[in-house]
Design a protein around this ligand. Structure first.
Ligand code: LLP
Length: 375
């Protein structure tokens, strides 16, 4: 093997395919893509996103800076986040990014203050909490009452009053994001209906949006190795159900564009029996790919290289000192031995970006390599 494990192996063909599907679907339906950088900020991946002409959805000052450093122009970038600090807002305004997605009434005040200090005008969209169940894991569901994200609909009237009184704030439209890993496409239809109601209500009061940003959330089937997201149904459903009134439509896919762009490759260190179960312990752990530990997320696991004919159920663990550090239980795999290599699929979204140095193991950065030779 050419590289030390563990590492992220990059799959440019998968990425090119997802980008092509997304670009074609969005173009046909006159929808603009702002890629959610939080899913994967690796320069190798960003170079493809940039070439496709997609913009960026950033959620922090450093993400805005990262996008600018990687060739995206300010007018391609928007900034969301329920907790924007003064310095993040100042940075976004100084860099003159396209717009900020505002998540509270207090944030409107803060933006007005900072824009005045800078003698500039801040372009904003209002992030509205549409109270929609995204039918996904509760940790990544973001658009229901009681969630920290966005402005409640009942506060919208007040938000528009504040905007009217804020000479340094220029309102562009609405932003929504109901959650992530959404596989029931009907959720996006429900979202469109809420967006239609909101915009009709406030258009009648003189507030006609020029941007409708529906956020991200399109899921992928982690059970099928190399599966792609269903961009065609996604864009069609938006086009069919959203009333635009001439507004630009933006979406912010993250996972669906990059999940299959990388796998996590790891070496089996030890195998043993515990309570009759076959246990394999890898050199990759939850510090490298947190999704299974955090959400009980399924990632397909495959043995690379030489295949053993005997198939046995294995629990696949990392080396971290927690029992949650487990990539999968009862996975039928060719009998594993120390030195075997495993590929953990669909690790391209929220893998490397959520890595940590827990147990002082080298979490970040793992090296993303574009070619692996397995003996
Ligand atoms: N827009 C906003 C405002 C968001 O908060 C997110 C994701 C996206 C777009 C992109 O969503 P996507 O298309 O990737 O579903 N760590 C979790 C996912 C957290 C998603 C956070 N926000 C996971 O590994 O499943």
């Amino acid at each position: 093997m050419e590289f030390n494990t563990p590492f992220y192996q990059y799959h440019p063909n998968w990425l090119e395919e997802s980008i092509t599907q997304a670009a074609n679907g969005s173009r046909r339906n006159r929808i603009q893509i702002r890629y959610a950088l939080k899913a994967n900020h690796n320069p190798l991946v960003l170079s493809h996103i940039q070439k496709a002409g997609f913009g960026i959805d950033a959620v922090s000052g450093p993400e805005v800076a990262h996008a600018l450093d990687h060739g995206f122009s300010p007018d391609q970038i928007n900034l969301a986040g329920a907790g924007k600090t003064r310095s993040e807002i100042r940075f976004a305004l100084e860099k003159n990014i396209h717009y900020l997605n505002v998540e509270s009434l207090q944030e409107i005040h803060r933006i007005q203050e900072i824009a005045s200090e800078l003698y500039t005008t801040a372009r904003i969209c209002l992030r509205v909490n549409p109270d929609i169940d995204a039918q996904t894991h509760p940790h990544i569901s973001t658009g229901q009452k009681g969630h920290k994200f966005g402005i409640e609909e009942s506060d919208l009237k007040r938000a528009f009053q504040l905007i009217k009184a804020s000479s340094r704030v220029h309102w562009l439209g609405y932003h929504f994001h109901v959650g992530s890993q959404i596989l029931n496409i009907k959720v996006f239809e429900d979202l469109c209906h809420v967006v239609n109601q909101i915009q009709q209500k406030y258009t009648a009061l003189g507030w006609t949006p020029s941007i409708l940003n529906l956020g991200g959330g399109l899921g992928i089937d982690y059970h099928v190795p190399h599966a792609q997201a269903d961009f065609q149904s996604y864009f069609n459903i938006i086009n069919k159900n959203l009333i635009r009134q001439g507004a630009e439509v933006h979406v912010e896919p993250g996972r669906s564009l990059v999940a299959g762009a990388c796998s996590l490759v790891s070496e089996v260190q030890y195998t043993k029996l515990s309570g009759g179960k076959n246990i394999a312990i890898l050199d990759a752990g939850m510090n490298h790919l947190m999704r299974p530990a955090l959400y009980g997320a399924y990632h397909h696991i495959e043995k690379l290289g030489r295949q053993n004919l005997e198939i046995l159920p294995f629990d696949i663990h990392g080396p971290i000192c927690e029992s949650s550090d487990c990539f999968g239980r009862d996975r039928d795999l060719p009998k594993l031995e120390p030195g075997d290599l495993l590929e953990i699929h669909h690790a391209g979204a929220y893998g490397e970006t959520m890595a940590s140095a827990y147990n002082l193991r080298a979490g970040i950065p793992l090296k993303t390599v574009d070619r692996v030779v397995v003996a």
